[in-house]
Design a protein around this ligand. Structure first.
Ligand SMILES: *Cc1c(COP(=O)(O)O)cnc(C)c1O
Length: 449
């Protein structure tokens, strides 16, 4: 089969998938999952035709997908894929650029540089920061935390890049007790050791209690959060960051989804003071609605990130702002391209409108469920609604019924030691009628499950 015919088939299958995504079951039925055993073939000796492979993928795979690219998925702050971001990704795949350096791809370099400038503008962060486009908030957080450690140690006269960790002064890491599990993972991979990390006490919203912050000094790495994963709440940056900076600490902000509150004028006050931090991470693939996988590490001092991420070699030297010198990847896809396309197409107002709409939808769900007798556990300051039924058994039963419904889906969580469920608004496809449908389903189930 000719290459172009195969691409056309892929495109037409992709078009059909997207056209039907709203009608699909949000979570596949048991028989659709069972049919996936069809992939358990022997590795073919002789290659099979490309069109047949594509057909198998579509026929068995598509029905067993989770319709998180549809309007009725309310799990995990997942976001869908904006048409332009998905389309730009398709074109970029055709380019197949190794977007490590300007030499590797002048086009990718120029577009990612522009995406970086726009990000700093729309998130209103220091304009000379480095913007690294990596695979996830996890990976970007790891890069930023590595930069933080090297910078803290360099200021103590210790060169961790060349001399390593053995014998280095101890860096004191402080995180909110409610910190995201991927911050924990990044710290563990970096060798900080979870037991040695100080967990700062948090209030009933998951925010660090400023007056219970441990003593900070120039050896401190403080991690704050914009958008607590259950409640959507923000640490009190305007109070905490100036104190941490005065003590000489490095402040990193995990804003995987919450940093986008910065782009909506009504919500921006939640982030007040966040611009005083040293580094920030956020995702494209969550609230900006770009395809997987794309995220950003933003670092006030570009040299601090370049110091730990530089991968220049005799055969491959590049400018300090080459993405291979800022990210974990060496060979890499230009993950900034769909982000650029999304920002250009939505514009400042489009991003603000989307973020604000999700906030209002979340508030509407919270109010409706409260009225119905559900226990809404958070203030709904952002796009998360954290809910319980009348008791734990009811909470489990409600969750199960929604997940089995096929018409909406959200996930469970644990809040203050007891089960809860978490409704996240983050798909650009979610209109008010989809919210109405979710509320109607929950009304029908009721708080007693
Ligand atoms: C999702 C999330 C992360 C991790 O982001 P990935 O892109 O999935 O690695 C980190 N922090 C918070 C608050 C998140 O919601």
């Amino acid at each position: 089969m000719k290459e172009l015919e195969l691409l056309e088939q892929a495109d037409s299958r992709a078009r059909r998938y997207v056209a039907e995504v709203e009608q699909r079951r949000v979570f596949p039925a048991a028989e659709q999952i069972a049919a996936l055993t069809g992939f358990a073939e022997d590795l073919p000796d002789q290659g099979r035709p490309g069109a047949e492979t594509l057909a198998l993928m579509d026929d068995l795979g598509s029905p067993a997908t989770v319709a998180s690219n549809g309007p009725n998925y309310f799990g995990f702050v997942i976001g869908a894929s904006l048409p332009v971001a998905a389309a730009a990704e398709r074109l970029a795949i055709a380019w197949d650029q190794c977007a490590s350096t300007q030499d590797g791809s002048p086009a990718a370099y120029a577009i990612e540089r522009q995406a970086g400038r726009w990000l700093l503008e729309i998130l209103d962060l220091p304009r000379n920061s480095a913007v690294a486009f990596g695979t996830s908030a996890t990976a970007c957080g790891l890069s930023a935390l590595a930069a933080a450690r090297a910078d803290i140690l360099a200021r103590q006269g210790w060169d961790v890049v060349n001399d390593g960790l053995q014998g280095a002064p101890e860096v004191k890491v402080v995180v909110p007790a409610s910190t995201h599990v991927t911050v924990r993972k990044a710290l563990q991979v970096l060798g900080f050791g979870w037991n040695r990390v100080t967990k700062a006490p948090v209030d009933d919203k998951g925010r660090i209690l400023p007056d219970q912050l441990p003593q900070m000094d120039a050896n401190t790495l403080l991690v704050l959060q914009a958008g607590e994963v259950n409640t959507g709440e923000f640490d009190l940056f305007a109070d905490i960051i100036p104190r941490a900076k005065a003590a000489g600490a490095w402040v990193h902000v995990d804003g995987a989804f919450g940093l986008w509150a910065r782009a909506a004028p009504e919500l921006q006050p939640l982030t007040q003071g966040i611009e005083g931090a040293d580094s920030w991470t956020t995702d494209g693939h969550k609230w900006l609605n770009t395809p997987y996988d794309g995220a950003m590490a933003i670092c006030r001092n570009p040299q601090a990130l370049a110091r730990v991420m530089n991968s220049d070699a005799a055969y491959s030297t590049a400018s300090a702002d080459a993405q291979k010198n800022l990210t974990l990847e060496f060979s890499r896809r230009a993950r900034g391209i769909p982000i650029w396309a999304a920002l250009r197409t939505l514009g400042r107002q489009g991003v603000a409108e989307m973020v604000t709409r999700h906030h209002l939808q979340a508030q509407r769900i919270g109010a409706a469920l409260r009225e119905e007798g559900f226990e809404v556990l958070n203030r709904v300051v952002l796009n998360q609604v954290l809910v319980r039924g009348v008791d734990d058994a009811a909470t489990h039963s409600i969750l199960q019924q929604v997940q089995d419904s096929g018409t909406s889906w959200f996930g469970g969580s644990v809040w203050q030691g007891r089960p809860a469920f978490r409704i996240s608004l983050s798909s650009f496809r979610t209109e008010d009628r989809h919210v109405d449908q979710l509320i109607a389903l929950l009304r029908q189930i009721g708080p007693k499950g």
